[in-house]
Ligand binder design. Structure first.
Ligand SMILES: Nc1nc2c(ncn2[C@@H]2O[C@H](COP(=O)(O)OP(=O)(O)OP(=O)(O)O)[C@@H](O)[C@H]2O)c(=O)[nH]1
Ligand SMILES: [Mg+2]
Length: 454
């Protein structure tokens, strides 16, 4: 056991036992090694009362995809920092809901309760917000309750739903209102009933709430419906958290939280190897901005990218649900070819949820060019990476291409736009959208949301 770990555990215990008062709690702006213990908030307090720990859990409607879930995380992380400014919430941690059985994940590998660290660099995320994985929450809960996690109690469980009429006299106002709960209010996860797919979690108070508006109004909701049962710690859960909107979408806070979501080292390493092997692409050659920590990033627009174009071509459900905007493979190939010729490039990386037959058809339309996609080396590797990991490898490779073109209104595409904004590409090399027809231009385009710094 190393010394840092040992000290962390001792201090952690002291806090849990209530021996560390609010006065002793260090409030800091920048994140440090004691991150797991100290609440980093601008609040200053002279009170000697201990600040109870609050755990904030959340989950999202099962039908929502991976990339919208990433956006909901940003709403929650930005909100957490606002919440921590209130003294009684200064000790709050956001519990990351494990990833389970998403609708698009069709491979047979076990995809229940995947921790965030599989996809993301947790240390990087901790530099923005006090987050913990679900298994860490269980561990901490065990300490608090004296070694028992046979039942984990949620003091207040808020099940959010939209208002039937979102406008009052034609105006959208932020509001919430308690409503009667329907039976079976909590859907199962991956066929397993129970909150987040865990059978050992129970609810003390189920509160069904019509909710509309930005995350910041949650504070008043938490205060209004505060349960009397919470003691040394308080466990709150928000269900259907996708109902909650950003306070300010695309502002500096949004981008800080977004920048903190660096991908895990294992996925980055695989994507980087693929870039070198197929495109001779490396961060140095591509001139992308990649300091050791996201906190060191600065406004930058000079990334060159590897000598390849990346196309994100959304298929599957988009072929049915979004026929009007999703191109045929021939139309997509024609647009890719046009851009390759303009840019003087010969190589294309395809990121797609298309099947093998579709990929071969696309290749046939682009015979004069080198067309590649990422596939795991073996079945075991695919099982280890899981569908979400493979999708992220695709996103990383796309993020480093000289030029990117994505699918209209796909959040998968939006996340690649953002990654390229962080890496420092000129906007016209990133914010491009496939048209339904053969020619680029003329049709509807995705919005341009450039990165914001202080
Ligand atoms: N490997 C891989 N998977 C993809 C690709 N495009 C889509 N997928 C899969 O399909 C899912 C897409 O769902 P979302 O993340 O909701 O994004 P979206 O459906 O494009 O956008 P919405 O319309 O907002 O739902 C991803 O999470 C992947 O599992 C791709 O290029 N590569
Ligand atoms: Mg989707």
């Amino acid at each position: 056991m190393n010394l840092k770990y040992f000290i962390t555990q001792i201090l952690f215990l002291l806090i849990l036992l209530g021996h560390v008062s609010a006065k002793d709690v260090k409030f800091c702006k920048s994140r440090d090694f004691f991150l797991h213990i100290y609440s980093c908030s601008p609040v200053q307090s002279d009170s000697t009362e201990p600040i109870p720990r609050t755990y904030l859990l959340y989950d999202i409607n099962p039908s929502e995809g991976f990339n919208l879930r990433r956006d909901v995380y940003i709403r929650m992380a930005v909100f957490l920092r606002t919440l921590q400014r209130h003294r009684e919430y200064a000790n709050t941690k956001l519990v990351l809901p494990p990833w389970s059985a998403l609708y698009h994940w069709r491979s047979p590998s076990n995809q229940m309760h995947i921790p965030w660290a599989h996809f993301f660099d947790l240390n990087s995320m901790l530099r923005y917000a006090d987050v913990i994985e679900m298994h860490q929450f269980f561990e901490e809960y065990r300490w608090i309750t004296g070694g028992d996690v046979s039942v984990v109690r949620i003091d207040e469980f808020y099940r959010l739903q939209h208002f039937e009429d979102m406008f009052e006299n034609g105006v959208f106002v932020d509001k919430f209102e308690q409503t009667a709960c329907q039976k079976n209010s909590i859907p199962s996860v991956g066929g397993i009933s129970g909150i987040l797919g865990y059978r050992n979690i129970t609810i003390n108070e189920l509160i069904c709430m019509r909710f509309q508006g930005a995350a910041s109004i949650l504070y008043s909701m938490f205060e209004k419906f505060k349960s009397k049962t919470s003691g040394k710690q308080r466990v709150i859960m928000l269900y259907n958290a996708e109902t909650i909107l950003h306070d300010h979408w695309g502002n500096v806070d949004y981008w800080e939280a977004r920048r903190s979501m660096r991908f895990s080292e294992q996925l980055t390493r695989i994507a980087d190897k693929f870039r070198v092997d197929f495109f001779n692409s490396s961060n140095e050659w591509d001139r992308v901005q990649r300091p050791a920590y996201w906190t060191e990033e600065v406004p930058y627009r000079k990334a060159r990218g590897g000598d390849y174009l990346c196309a994100h071509l959304r298929r599957a459900d988009f072929l049915h649900g979004r026929q009007k905007t999703t191109p045929s493979l021939r139309a997509a190939a024609s647009q890719i070819k046009q851009r390759l010729l303009e840019l003087g490039l010969r190589k294309v990386f395809i990121s797609s949820d298309c099947d093998r037959t579709e990929f071969h058809e696309l290749k046939n339309h682009l015979k004069r060019f080198k067309v590649v996609r990422y596939t795991p080396e073996s079945k075991q590797e695919a099982e280890r990476l899981k569908d979400g990991g493979i999708a992220i490898i695709d996103q990383i490779i796309c993020s480093h291409a000289r030029y990117f073109v994505g699918t209209y209104e796909s959040t998968f595409t939006y996340r690649i736009y953002e990654e390229r904004e962080i890496l420092g590409f000129a906007k016209d090399l990133t914010f491009n959208t496939f048209c339904k027809d053969e020619e680029l231009g003329g049709s509807e385009k995705n919005s341009v949301w450039p990165i914001q710094y202080d």
